[in-house]
Design a protein around this ligand. Structure first.
Ligand SMILES: O=C(O)CCC(=O)C(=O)O
Length: 379
């Protein structure tokens, strides 16, 4: 089938969805030559200088980041406010954040998709109940899926409510201090010194997962940046416009890469149609093939032991983890109460239809009520 025919618009389809379907397609595989690789030069990619001194070498090192003068940072023409940082992590350091995402952050009081249909005691220690299964996976590929492999999302801080698409003062737990500090370091480095990490959504993908077309607009503060960290296998990320009628730009994200959506790019449509094996062969991306660092200087997170890494590495052979960090409230503001709350809710209800996951096939139209558990779709 010719390319034009393959990309034909379905009835009612918008420009974003057309491109989403193109990159999600497996057979025949799409041509990836138009996908932006930030480090390989591309007409729209512009290297960006950060203000040296915005982040001290010492603070960077504590968070497992390279000194700021070593960072490779890019902007993209047509997307003011968007920044891409190509893996700024020190060798051996991505491991710690992966371990936190798999072992620590899914623990209570944080919330995950498994809580929706499992009893509290069953999800009390997802890591402990999964680690042997994952270790055995190396030799028995067909063994039953562990809970870790069934994990799709975890929420941190102000817990995003997938039903109401809102955050609430009543559903909050302490935001992990280590991730808060990593986020402050990155946001300071990128010129957002006031950023307050208040909510996190961690997304767990396998090779057949995708994340539907959406805008992150539930935060009451939509002026602060949204930070996004990637680990494990690669993905095609689509960055669109303020309307789904605008065709998105496809870009590759690899392990260790960080994206910042800020300013005019904060409320753009985006999606992840496809997870891809990292380029270069081998089971793990280069940043994760080195052993976990065990250096001693004071660090935000404890080193990842080789036993823990064995489990994480097995998981990452066919998975990608993404951590997004958001500021929910404007500086000095709190959640609206009374009259303000009613006004806020009316406004939110009017806008909720805007923030939805796109169905990927015509057959999935009308499945909006199930989006809660289907935020990451697995074919
Ligand atoms: O996985 C990603 O890179 C994107 C995540 C995302 O868009 C979200 O959590 O809102």
């Amino acid at each position: 089938m010719g390319k034009m025919a393959a990309c034909r618009l379905e009835q009612g389809e918008d420009a974003f969805r057309k491109i989403f379907r193109l990159y999600k397609r497996r057979n025949p595989p799409p041509d990836l030559s138009g996908v932006v690789e930030f480090t390989r030069g591309h007409p729209g990619v512009k290297p960006k200088e950060l203000t040296i001194g915005a982040l001290s070498d010492q603070d960077a090192c504590r968070a497992g980041l390279q000194p700021l003068d070593q960072w490779k940072v890019y902007g993209l023409e047509g997307y003011p406010g968007f920044l891409f940082v190509s893996n700024p992590f020190l060798p051996g350091w991505q491991h710690r954040w992966v371990r936190q995402c798999l072992k620590v952050y899914p623990q209570k009081p944080n919330v995950c998709n498994l809580d929706l249909h499992m009893r509290a005691e069953q999800t009390a220690n997802i890591w402990e109940s999964s680690k042997e299964q994952l270790r055995e996976r190396a030799s028995h590929r067909r063994s039953q899926k562990s809970l870790l492999e069934k994990l799709r999302w975890v929420t941190l801080g102000y817990h995003y409510n997938w039903d109401t698409k809102k955050y609430s003062v009543d559903h909050h737990s302490t935001f992990p201090p280590d991730l808060a500090e990593l986020s402050r370091c990155v946001s300071r480095a990128c010129g957002f010194s006031k950023f307050q990490p208040e909510a996190g959504i961690l997304n767990y993908y396998h090779m057949d997962s995708s994340l539907g077309i959406h805008v992150d607009e539930s935060e009451l503060d939509q002026h602060s940046p949204l930070l996004s960290f990637c680990f494990g296998q690669s993905c095609i990320y689509l960055l669109g416009g303020l309307s789904r009628e605008l065709a998105p730009t496809p870009m590759m994200m690899h392990s260790g890469d960080i994206m910042i959506m800020a300013g005019p790019s904060r409320l753009l449509y985006h999606a992840v149609p496809r997870i891809l094996p990292h380029p270069g062969g081998g089971l793990l991306p280069p940043g994760l093939t080195v052993p976990p660092s065990d250096n001693t200087p004071p660090a935000l997170t404890e080193p990842c032991s080789s036993q823990d890494w064995e489990v994480c590495a097995q998981y990452l052979h066919d998975s990608r983890i993404n951590m997004t960090v958001r500021q929910v409230l404007e500086d000095g503001c709190s959640f609206p109460v009374g009259e303000d709350m009613r006004r806020e809710q009316t406004h939110a209800n009017e806008e909720d239809s805007y923030h939805q996951n796109a169905p990927e096939t015509p057959a999935q139209e009308g499945e909006g009520q199930h989006l809660l558990t289907k935020r990451i779709k697995t074919t």
